[in-house]
Ligand binder design. Sequence first.
Ligand SMILES: [Zn+2]
Length: 234
Amino acid sequence: MTNGGQRPDASGFHIENEMDLLFGRAHPNPTREGCPPAELLTRLAHRELPIGDPAYDHIGKCSPCYQELRAIQQADAARLASAARRKRLTYAAAAVLVLAITGSWFVVRQTGGLGGRTDASIAQVEQDVLLDLRPFAVTRGPEPAKEPDALVLPRGRLRATILLEVGSEPGDYEIQIRDANQQPRASATGRAMIVDFVTTLKTSLDTSTLPPGSYHLAVRRQGESWRLVPAQLR
Ligand SMILES: [Zn+2]
């Protein structure tokens, strides 16, 4: 085995472990006595020869060859790592894309169109809302109830399930959403029935054209007086 012309580039060699520290420095071989050709060194670096191959012996006795061999291995490792990193980045980018697609799909579903949360798009979506009037100390007349917090109503076409206050009779009801001036801005009718011991009324309410703000939900059984509950439209 002789010095085979163009040598592998050892400049990328760096010390990673005690073997590198020892064999990379212990045997300077300035005349490159007995060094294998570059092609064989590359095969050794890639572990393409059986572990007992005598060519390995030289590597343990020649620090320049050891450095060349390790530089090839370290470059391979760096390439693999960056390929793995690229692969991870590709997966990450794909995941972001999936999120972006499902996210925009969700937004489209939410608003019923691509035009944002306009009144027109709100109107296309039916939303189920549960309005529980039972906790309210319902007043009769225009005085708002003091407690608890106002009902929260979304804007849109609402499929409302209204749980009426305890003691409410089943029958035909009128429902209004009144503004701060007690003017009805939306209205509906529905028949209340007792479901699981609760007087329950299902109806449709369209709040899509109303601006957000403070309102009252007004409810009365036909022929009786209105009962008012504060409501926030959002
Ligand atoms: Zn050598």
